[in-house]
Design a binder for this molecule. Structure first.
Ligand SMILES: [Zn+2]
Length: 445
């Protein structure tokens, strides 16, 4: 499944023209060797990786779903603007939220990206569009008044740039060429995420374990009302509104050495550590790698849950298969940046390691506050004097629009009269997610 079409041949053509078809450099075009090498490096950077993917799954309840689309185009009809989307949805209390997200999330994200952007602009607005898209999918699914909820781990691969957005506990890890494994998502599980426990408690929810008749507490930490173990998800209209669909988003640019992404539901991660999952399939092509991870999961604990694994390889265009370097040591898992105890310190370590490997960290944000995630923009109405709701993308008149920053006292940089704007229904959703009112619109005093 190669994403790359005509890009390489176009570039080759260009350099042929520059240096003449004989390959000899014309005397009047003589350039120093250093400049040539520099051009060579730049050219390599511009080349896209070949993207191959493999999916394996072993259902138990039938609530896991995967999504693969490798022929998306930023500019319709232009194959050089091709990118791929890979996602895993792990449903609970039924499969309708997972199915709905699989079928709508990509379109909801894309609807939040303005037309006419160049590639760099498109990539820089993508994190914000992911937030808007996740909230739109959640809101519209809830309007169908169906119960059930889902995790969503949604990964966009455009050239060497990987953007991962997630709610819930279906992780995406990166095994970079060099044998270093890093986590591109956070686990929104109450049991492991202290920051999320604090957010939910502050929004009026209660966090605790199930109690037996005798008073003993059992099982993982859950949020009440509802009893969900996750702090973020899509759907779940029957639990507190502080279970939000606002994703953690991370965007990185891999070096031209490439790497492997492993996206899987907790069926895998409850059995295998990130390094065991990465190690057990090194050197195998993506399809076999996904099968191997599922096999290793079953070997470890048997089939306890839906188990879904999606492997995506970003391969340098001149390599047919990813190489399989041995791990240097057992302690190179870089999940520490999301450790709840010392996030800043660990995050600096990860950034340092990324730099060593030639990986650029472009963006990382996990706040559950919409005002912090949607940024600010000057309030210039579009054609016919209308604004567009930043979440549902519906037209709103200036008198209907409410700034996402209205009432956001914590923000010093944004002004309540600036955009982006929300329609009344999306503003109500925003307030409910922040514990300011219930979904029925009743204000919480
Ligand atoms: Zn709206």
């Amino acid at each position: 499944m190669a994403l790359q079409g005509s890009t390489v041949s176009k570039q080759t053509q260009k350099s042929d023209q520059r240096y003449g078809h004989s390959g000899r450099i014309q005397s009047e075009q003589m350039v120093p060797l250093a400049s040539l090498l520099c051009r060579e490096v730049k050219c390599k950077k511009i080349e896209k990786p070949v993207v191959r993917c493999g999916l394996a799954a072993q259902p138990k309840k039938g609530e896991d779903f995967a999504f693969i689309k490798t022929d998306c185009q930023r500019i319709p009809g232009d194959s050089s603007s091709t990118y791929g989307v890979f996602a895993v949805f792990d449903g609970h209390n039924g499969s309708s939220a997972a199915l709905y997200s699989r079928d709508h999330l990509l379109n909801d994200v894309l609807s939040a990206i303005p037309a006419g952007l160049d590639r760099d602009e498109w990539l820089s607005v993508l994190p914000r569009a992911l937030v808007a898209g996740f909230v739109k999918t959640d809101k519209e699914f809830q309007e169908k008044e169906q119960t059930s909820g889902t995790t969503a781990t949604f990964v966009v691969v455009d050239g060497w740039t990987v953007t991962a957005a997630s709610v819930g506990d279906s992780r995406c890890i990166l095994d970079s060429q060099g044998g270093v494994i890093s986590l591109l998502t956070v686990d929104h599980r109450l049991e492991v995420n202290e920051e999320e426990r604090e957010r939910i408690t502050a929004s009026g929810g209660e966090v605790g374990r199930l109690s037996t008749v005798g008073g003993a507490e059992i099982g993982p930490l859950r949020c009440w009302p509802g009893g969900l173990c996750l702090s973020r998800s899509i759907g779940d209209m029957d639990v507190g509104e502080f279970i939000v669909p606002i994703p953690f988003v991370k965007q990185i640019k891999l070096s031209s050495a490439g790497g492997r992404l492993i996206i899987a539901s907790d069926g895998v991660w409850d059995s295998l550590s990130s390094d065991r999952a990465a190690n057990c399939c090194r050197g195998l092509p993506a399809e076999l790698a996904a099968k191997q991870i599922v096999k290793e999961t079953l070997k470890s604990r048997g089939l306890r849950d839906d188990t879904t694994c999606l492997v995506v390889d970003l391969i340098p265009p001149d390599n047919s298969l990813p190489s399989s370097p041995p791990l240097k040591n057992k302690n190179n898992l870089m999940g520490g940046c999301f450790s709840r105890r010392r996030p800043r310190e660990a995050s600096a370590k990860v950034a340092e390691k990324f730099t060593e490997m030639g990986i650029e960290e472009l963006f990382e944000e996990g706040s559950a506050m919409l005002a912090e995630r949607l940024g600010s923009e000057p309030s210039i109405p579009g054609e016919e004097g209308l604004f567009i709701c930043a979440i549902c993308q519906k037209d709103i008149t200036p008198s209907e629009g409410i700034s996402v920053h209205a009432g956001a006292f914590f923000s010093t940089s944004s002004r309540p009269w600036e955009g982006p704007f929300l329609c009344a229904a999306c503003k109500m959703k925003k307030d409910a997610m922040e514990g300011k009112r219930t979904s029925q619109g009743i204000e919480v005093v």
